[in-house]
Design a protein around this ligand. Structure first.
Ligand SMILES: [Zn+2]
Ligand SMILES: [Zn+2]
Length: 179
């Protein structure tokens, strides 16, 4: 009898949890008394990052964690857009682009999301070697918009991992060069 009751309680709990998750998901990228990107309801304010057009936070309420993620990504985009077009493997623009693309790719894989319509799917339409500045910027801007991207906290984490690996490579190269 108790067991049956336990199962029933667990079921009620699971249904409630699933309801919460669904409600939260239904609020993502919709304006309201929650974070526009993750639907969290705490510490909301204007984002104030440096790339509001690209990252889509113009006029939206954003939580502290998503805002922190936006700052990391905005700084990355700013460096990437400022870097000149260089048709070489040492291109700073191409390196920053490949880190961004790699982070988006890795995140989608971890979330089990399909390639079609994803952020990295649209990012791949930009070419860091050929695109003139306005074209390049426009494609990156559209990639975030068209994929309706919202998991900026996840993306910032993946980007940190990508840039960390780049740093490790540099250090390894430096050590082998001083020998
Ligand atoms: Zn948020
Ligand atoms: Zn922002």
């Amino acid at each position: 009898m108790n067991k049956v009751q336990d199962v029933k309680n667990a079921e009620t709990l699971l249904v409630a949890l699933a309801g919460d998750i669904l409600l939260r998901e239904s609020r993502i990228r919709k304006s309201g008394s929650w974070c526009y990107f993750c639907a969290d309801e705490d510490s909301l304010a204007r984002c104030g990052c440096q790339a509001p057009e690209s990252l889509g936070c113009v006029g939206q309420r954003v939580c502290r964690d998503c805002s922190a993620a936006h700052r990391v990504l905005a700084a990355h985009l700013k460096r990437m857009f400022a870097a000149p077009i260089v048709d070489r493997s040492s291109s700073v623009r191409a390196k920053l682009f490949s880190q961004l693309h790699g982070a988006a790719d890795e995140l989608a894989e971890k979330r089990g999301e399909p390639m079609e319509g994803s952020l990295h799917f649209y990012l791949a339409q930009a070419c860091p070697f050929d695109d003139e500045k306005p074209e390049f910027k426009g494609k990156i801007f559209h990639a975030f918009e068209r994929s309706k991207f919202a998991d900026f906290q996840g993306l910032a984490k993946e980007l940190a991992r990508e840039t960390d690996e780049e740093l490790k490579l540099k250090i390894a190269r430096w050590f082998s060069s001083i020998r």
